[in-house]
Write a protein that binds this ligand. Sequence first.
Ligand SMILES: Cc1cc2nc3c(=O)[nH]c(=O)nc-3n(C[C@H](O)[C@H](O)[C@H](O)COP(=O)(O)O)c2cc1C
Length: 186
Amino acid sequence: MELFEVLRRRRSVRRFQNRTVPHELIEKLFEAAFLSPSSFNKRPWHFIVVDDREKLKALSNAKLGASGLATAPLAIVVTADESRSDVWIEDASISAEHIQLAAFDLGLSSFWVQIRNRMHDERRTSEEYVRELFGIPSNYRVLCIIGVGYPAEKKPPHGEEVFEWDNVSHNVFGEPWKEPGNSSVQ
Ligand SMILES: Cc1cc2nc3c(=O)[nH]c(=O)nc-3n(C[C@H](O)[C@H](O)[C@H](O)COP(=O)(O)O)c2cc1C
C-alpha cells in the first residue's frame, strides 16, 4: 500500500477476530520495528511477543483502556533499556508506531495501550504489573503494549478533520502558515 494510504486509513481497532496472526507477518512487524531510527543508533528496545491467551487476559487488566487486549490474538510489549539511552521513550515510541503502520499495511489492525505513567490500581503502576508478569529486568522500562490482530470492527479513514493547519506556525509561533480551507492534501 502507498504510504499516505496507510497513514490515512490506519485507525485504532480494539476488537479482533478469533484468528491467529501468522508467524511470517509477526516477523514483518519486527522488520518494521528494527528499521526505526533511534538516537545515536543505540536501538535500546526489546519486544515481548505475547500470544498466550492467559497472558493476554492478564495484560487486558494492566489498566483502564487495555480491555481490548482480551480479544487480541497477539500483543507486543514494547520495552527499552533506559541505561542504554536517555531518550529511550522516543526510540521505543517510534518503533511502536512502525509496528502499527506495518500491521495496517499487512492487512492487520492494532491499538496502542499506554503503560508508562499509568496506574494498575491505587498502589501499583501498570509498569510494575507488566514487569512482574514477564520478569522484565529493572533497567528495562515498559512503554506500551501494541494489540494486534484481524479487525472485528470497521472504522472510516481519517478525513479533512485531522488537518489542523492552525497548529502550524510560520516563522513565529501563532503566525498562520496556511489559510484555513485551502488544503492541498488529498
Ligand atoms: C501515546 C498513546 C497512548 C495511547 N493509549 C491508549 C490506551 O491506553 N488505550 C487505548 O485504547 N488507546 C490508546 N491510544 C490510541 C489513541 O486513543 C488513538 O490513537 C487516538 O484516539 C486516535 O485514533 P486513531 O488511532 O484511530 O487514529 C494511545 C495512543 C497513543 C499515541
